[in-house]
Write a protein that binds this ligand. Sequence first.
Ligand code: SAM
Length: 289
Amino acid sequence: MAETLDGLAPLRDIIAEHGLAAKKTLGQNFLLDLNLTSRIARTAGDLSDTTVIEVGPGPGGLTRAILAAGAKRVVAVERDRRCIDALESYLVPHAGGRLEIIDGDALEQDFQALAPAPRRIMSNLPYNIATPLLIGWLKNAQAFTGFTLMFQKEVADRITAKPRTKAYGRLSIMCQWLCHVRPEFNIDKRAFTPPPKIQSTVVTLIPRAEPLAPASWNAMERVTAAAFGQRRKMLRQSLKSLGLDPSLAGIKETARAEELSVVDFAALARILEAKSGSPIRPVISQVSD
Ligand code: SAM
């Protein structure tokens, strides 16, 4: 099993042999230090009964670490044909039938259909599509046992931010409403080839058995979009467009969005839903805005 992975060529040699010069358009910043990729894989704990879905295996640094950590199976989605060919030729034959590569765009995948439960998502995410992917997964968070994801530090800070901080916003609320979130560790930009402009952070998200407080996804998106769309304004002003009176949820009209807890937002979302009498339509703007 893991033994068959020993003796594989170093990633630098794989990159040179297969001509995997990094493409900026695909968000390619490769992690070549196998100690670091092992450290990331280990944060997920025991994977022996779990199918890991990896987005963007690239030359396979994290993939190797997940296999070596004993994952039952890895299904890796990659859209760079060069990386797929490299992985098929050097890694799949040594993975003892535990590695499958899917040639495709992660944004178009039905992740639940890719693997049976228990399934977990692990990825050094392509930065340009990291937030839309996360939002898609959150909508069905309970289908996954967890997420081990690397983001730009600034995005990781928003995911894990607490109220009354600059980073606290829509992304913090949607993530923390549905998941326990934990920052793991930062990775210096010099660890990547080529180095990105910014630091990265590994984050673990574990879906809650139940959302932190009841509310519908669309109503949560609506109230958070309205409140943080004018984050410096008092709620009596920022929630006016929704015809929502914060005092009905026991919240001061003079409070600002960043002072409210996730539970406060869920209370506002329920009032909005009750008031509108019909299902709330989805918000067009992204949570990442
Ligand atoms: N996992 C590798 C590592 O840690 O070194 C590579 C990570 S690199 C930041 C992101 C990877 O995602 C690249 O291999 C890139 O080709 C792939 N990628 C970019 N956009 C993608 C998409 N829409 N669907 C699937 N893979 C994508």
